[in-house]
Design a binder for this molecule. Sequence first.
Ligand code: HEM
Length: 191
Amino acid sequence: MIALATPYLWYTTRATGIVALILFTLVVSLGTLVANRIGGTIVGRFEINELHRSLSIVAMIFLVLHILTTVLDNYVSTGLISAFIPMTSAYKRVAITFGAVAFDLIVAVWISSLLKLRVANSTWRFIHWFSWIGFATALVHAYMSALTRVPVWGSSSWAPAGVSWCSPLSGDSLDDPRGRRVGPRSPRSLA
Ligand code: HEM
């Protein structure tokens, strides 16, 4: 596996994580509108459904980028396996486990949607419920990842949950931890 060590990868990991979380918030919100058959005359149900589907594709792209940059960045000891299998990351094991569970559930929802015409509607609906659990675990992952770095009220990453939606992306939140994490809690020391 090619491993790189540039702070830009780290920034990209965090930026793509934040964008993915915001997009998944929108996707889940639009999905709720579709499920409840909510749609007006200005924006109809069909358009909401299409937006839901299109945004889910963009969200998946950002999620894959988020995971790829994590794996490629050799600053943190998080391998590709850790993106799928819980409790396998040496870096922030519990936080990454929540991310991996979210990823597994979202992939299951994604695959079932790709195969929608081939699976029973009841099966598809059942699997689609996983998106709620996936979204909740993604929020926990984002919260735990950011918690050790910024004050709870200052975290921009879990803002979509509604707690600090209006907080701007602070410089602190996007700091490169290389200059900040030293001593026994340093990721390198966990490797
Ligand atoms: C649906 C799934 C996921 C979402 C929405 C998501 C989103 C996020 C967000 C919002 C952050 C915090 C960014 C910040 O405030 O700086 C974050 C951090 C992070 N995520 Fe994810 N993530 C997901 C899954 C994963 C997976 C599967 C991995 C493992 C490969 C991963 C690796 C990381 C790492 C390494 C960090 C940075 C931790 C730190 O700052 O110390 N994420 N993620």
